[in-house]
Design a binder for this molecule. Sequence first.
Ligand SMILES: NC(=O)c1ccc[n+]([C@@H]2O[C@H](COP(=O)([O-])OP(=O)(O)OC[C@H]3O[C@@H](n4cnc5c(N)ncnc54)[C@H](OP(=O)(O)O)[C@@H]3O)[C@@H](O)[C@H]2O)c1
Length: 387
Amino acid sequence: MRTLSLLGSTGSIGRQALEVVDSLAGTFPYRVLAMTAGRNVPLFREQARKYRPEVMALADPSLRSEVAANLGEWGGVIEFGPPGLLTAARAGADVVLNAVVGVAGLAATLAALEAGSAVALANKESLVAGGPLIAALLDAGAGPLIPVDSEPSAVLQCLGDSGAQAGLAKIILTASGGPFRGYTAEGLAEVTRDQALAHPTWKMGPKITVDSATLMNKGLEAIEMTWLFRVKPEQVEVVIHPQSIIHSMVELVDGSILAQLSPPDMRLPIQFALTYPRRVPAPWPRYDPVAVGPLTFERPDLNAFRCLHLAYEAAKMKGTASAVLNAANEVAVQSFLDGRLAFAGIAGLVQACLDELPVLPVSSLDDVLAADAAARRLAVRLVGKLG
Ligand SMILES: NC(=O)c1ccc[n+]([C@@H]2O[C@H](COP(=O)([O-])OP(=O)(O)OC[C@H]3O[C@@H](n4cnc5c(N)ncnc54)[C@H](OP(=O)(O)O)[C@@H]3O)[C@@H](O)[C@H]2O)c1
């Protein structure tokens, strides 16, 4: 039986990953060897009772006393604080599924690859901030690294083992457009937190939902694609596709285009990452082309959705620029969710950090974390002014 280390088990992807583990029990069984969460103790306790992992971690160290009172119920060993995430990443599982949100996931992705595990990567921030480090490990034989995000999963599914990657000309990266599709820059000045959190097609955690509303999520995915498929930023074209049925397309050098289609449901790319490269039957609803009707496409408005433009700029700047973009965006999104920054201020804050901070080379995790910390300090200082 294969073993799984699930990082971020209490989140949107983490919960769906456990559903997939349950549904694979008869065909492609996994034992949950390790499991981590941030601070959701009630759900984590429930999951621990059901899956009985040997290694567990909660990222928030202040939870130690709350949990220590009835540690007996938990079964395995439990660590508190950020190092616990690395212990779980290094637990020796066949697959480490990284479903942590934010750059906090990067060190765990590197640790899992260094420990010889395959990595199923939902945490796109790992590749955005630490792309050169992950690419170097993969080039040295670590991995495989299989994307869980539906769009790069679609590209992987299109390219498959057919050798098409050699003939890859362009990736057409689809975006739903989020709740503010069609809004002008003036219209976006008025939008609220509740509107931003009401995604039309996907149910996700709050950070990625806001990123989908600003289109920063598409920018982060464009950067993710450059590292996963070794293409230049200009070979990734974003197209708005409101039905969220085509999860991305690849254009080959001869002009042929391949696409992957399915209803918007993360359980499919999660399962594909867990069974890769095999295909296993799955119980979820199928795409019915007649019932869904026309599939439509539009170009994104880069003037209204500045975050998408900024992500491409950061990708072209290389070095620590993407880590700065990511950190500034994490601070901006949290500030927006806390009511301290207007929606339109998110792009302004990211732009200011990119303008002000130097672009340095990336050769170690410390390089990335230093750029990340500098961007956070600057972003926190600027929030008051821009908000
Ligand atoms: N949701 C989707 O459909 C989707 C699709 C594609 C890609 N992704 C990517 O998948 C990742 C997770 O997204 P999500 O929507 O599942 O997020 P989420 O619902 O917010 O869940 C995040 C998980 O990470 C844990 N966590 C938070 N901060 C942490 C920290 N500092 N250290 C360790 N663990 C921490 C959380 O724990 P607690 O809840 O216990 O605090 C939770 O288990 C993101 O990178 C996102 O971009 C998500």
